[in-house]
Design a binder for this molecule. Structure first.
Ligand code: F3S
Length: 64
């Protein structure tokens, strides 16, 4: 499983990071770093929650 990041939609709410700080990295201004995030085994449910928490719908789940 991967999380796809649409950096254009990110508005810096940081809800993803607040829920899953080990999965997401933010830049100095609080925007999520671009690029696909590989979800470690066992963290799929957390990844789903964090993805759904983004009010800008900047995150989506994909298969790697
Ligand atoms: Fe950006 Fe959404 Fe996270 S706006 S910082 S991807 S909660």
């Amino acid at each position: 499983m991967i999380i796809k990041v649409d950096r254009e939609k990110c508005a810096g709410h940081a809800r993803c990071w607040a829920l899953a700080p080990d999965l997401f990295e933010l830049d100095d201004e609080g925007y999520v770093l671009p690029g696909d995030i590989t979800v470690p085994p066992g963290q799929e449910a957390l990844a789903g929650r964090a993805t759904r928490a983004c009010p800008e719908r900047a995150l989506s789940i994909g298969e790697d």
